[in-house]
Unconditional design. Structure first.
Length: 288
């Protein structure tokens, strides 16, 4: 799957929802979670929008991860319903706001997102991202915030932020370089090309690649192994990794938040939105 195909998917989703009214946005059923055998499986549940992030999804995810503090939960799996893990932010949702309200929208939206990422890293239990389909934009941030990442060999990844003229959020700018290195993270940011599952494995972004039909079973096997493991030692070890490598995560999340707010007001971002809402075929970025 190439850049043009991903752009077409985004465009079709945006066009399909272009005339929806505010009351049509999904409520708290945007995230589902269940607990079984010491494992909490959290599912982003907006398959009609390829699990693009809106207010309901981020709030639902916060509630789900908070529920994982239940002592019966010893491992967590994050996945997506349908054909995508998470396509990124819901551009059509954001574009409903006028220019004057766009900064306020991003201020409100990015606060719970920053808290969610912090909650995921602070959760004293291992989290596996079971990446079942396209993973782009903030979807990559969610995957990076997890402790382990599995995907199948048809999955593709895309940084996507700069492709629409906006900077990164969700901890992308801190966690992704830690996982893949500065050079490869820079390639993602400045080239914004599609990354295949095998390339993601080679770069170290994912820990395991399976056949599509084996992903659920392989994820379940690892999740059960973690749930049967030394939970307190895992918690202490995760805290140590956070202290060593992510001591300033909250500061970086706030810096990203301010960056998103400022770049959302640029002419280049308007160009990016125009492409994904099918007002234009290609963006004409002018650096303004």
């Amino acid at each position: 799957m190439g850049n043009n195909q991903i752009i077409q998917i985004w465009s079709e989703l945006a066009a399909a929802r272009k005339n929806k009214q505010e009351g049509d946005i999904m409520s708290n059923d945007a995230v589902l979670w269940k607990k079984e055998n010491g494992i909490c499986t959290i599912t982003m549940n907006r398959p009609e929008a390829m699990n693009a992030l809106n207010g309901d999804l981020v709030n639902g995810m916060m509630a789900a991860f908070q529920d994982c503090y239940d002592e019966e939960v010893r491992a967590v799996v994050l996945t997506g319903a349908g054909k995508a893990f998470c396509l990124g932010g819901d551009i059509a949702y954001a574009s409903k706001y006028g220019d004057g309200d766009l900064a306020a929208f991003f201020k409100d939206f990015t606060l719970p997102l920053a808290r969610l990422i912090s909650d995921m890293r602070q959760l004293p239990k291992p989290i596996i991202a079971s990446i079942n389909g396209i993973c782009a934009g903030v979807g990559m941030s969610f995957a990076a915030a997890c402790d382990l990442r599995f995907c199948h060999d048809q999955v593709v990844f895309k940084q996507a932020y700069t492709g629409v003229g906006i900077s990164q959020d969700g901890g992308f700018s801190q966690m992704v370089p830690l996982i893949v290195g500065l050079g490869r993270a820079s390639e993602m940011v400045f080239m914004d090309e599609v990354i295949t599952a095998n390339k993601a494995l080679e770069w170290g972004f994912v820990n395991k690649v399976t056949a599509p039909e084996e992903l659920d079973a392989q994820t379940a096997k690892m999740a059960q192994r973690l749930a049967n493991g030394p939970t307190r030692a895992y918690a202490a070890s995760k805290a140590l990794l956070n202290k060593a490598l992510l001591p300033f995560l909250e500061c970086q999340l706030e810096a990203e938040r301010q960056g998103v707010i400022s770049t959302s007001l640029t002419e280049d971002y308007k160009e990016g939105v125009a492409v994904f809402t099918r007002q234009k075929k290609v963006p004409e970025f002018k650096g303004k």
